[in-house]
Design a protein around this ligand. Sequence first.
Ligand code: HEM
Length: 424
Amino acid sequence: MPGPHPPSSSAAPGTDSRSVDFHQTSGPVRFNPYTEEFFESPYAIYRRMRDEAPVYYSEELNFFALTRYDDVAPAYRDFATYSSARGVSVDMVNATKLKMPKGRVLIMMDPPEHELMRKLVNRVFTPRAVAGLEAMVATKIDSALARVDPRQFDVVSDFSALFPMEIIADMLGVPTEDRNELRRLLDKGLERQPGQALPTRESIDAMIASGTYYFELVQKRRRQPQDDMISRLIDTEVIECGEARRLDDVEIAGFANMLGGAGAETVTKLIGNAIVVFAEHLDQWRRLRTDRDKVPAAFEELLRFEGPSQYNVRYSLKEVTLHGRTIPQGSAVMLINGAANRDERAFPDPDRFDIDRERKVGFNLGFGYGIHSCLGAALARMEGRIALNALLDRLPDFEVDSDGLKRVNMTNVIGWSHVPVHAL
Ligand code: HEM
């Protein structure tokens, strides 16, 4: 698979050369978020969608897509129009035969179920609770880096693919010996064949296997509680319609399984994306090395510029008319936060990566927005800060070995499975 395009000599300093003069600069706008072109660099097609087709419709895969900041941000907040209850990927929202048990997984709930469940699990993820995890997170990151050869290693497969799962697994209470297999199942479950929204049989089997694994783990913890999140969720009472009840095994297993996907895949990709982006902007990496106070701002800019979570899909509960185009009730609508974050209507000079960017208009939508906005944002920011600092220490100057770069082909996220680097 080809790596990113080499910086073009005509690109302005700091500009994302991969987004300039890429595929499809003319002809009808055609967008398929499962193709190699998309994974390689979706930003040129996003621009055309914002400008020429702000309400895009894919006949091929039967979904609408919103890309402008002023359309995407309000849609994320408008849960009365845009429902999450059928899932957040194209295949799930369009799967008429797939009857998901309603109200089982947080990310696939609408109010009032969502509000209740979110309150319940929020306790573990408040900034204060997360601050208490800092020592554990730092240890996981340090020990992952201690195992690599600092002169030459793969930032994703040797490092960022490993520590986020370790952190979540520790929080949930997953035994050490099961973690590698769970990571493999998670990757397999999100994988898609080129151009295809539907998962393969192998992907479906992987999703079922990880769900079953957590279901059995919940049952084990019910018999023998430990000091972990699963045991605490078993113990927690929720008040529903005025009555107290406890979460059942399917609800707890579903939540645990979702945390793996939501929390591990994304941080893995953010760090891989970071290294590739900084390799193209080494001046900013060097500045960051000497001014570590800028690390949190750099994290935010990475999230905006090349965030791992590019879009989430909703199911429209009402007819919506935008820019003269009607989206019928009952449609799959893709809210592309990755495109909104590059909208020049909200972010001046949006294709420029700039850790000193001043944020005047537009929130960063990299963590979503509204009721479903990322529950793990404080944890992700902490992991990102510690991991970037650790990499700045070990790779003060580096080059990416572009021949070895490899992208993932997954639903909802973009990023790399391999980012080999060598120290200079
Ligand atoms: C850089 C890393 C991360 C990014 C870019 C990210 C991004 C997102 C986005 C965009 C959403 C909104 C989904 C939607 O609207 O349908 C979301 C939701 C969520 N994220 Fe994250 N996430 C990250 C890390 C994490 C971590 C570390 C955890 C936990 C360990 C986590 C847990 C969740 C959960 C549970 C939800 C669902 C919240 C709800 O439905 O109320 N995320 N994330």
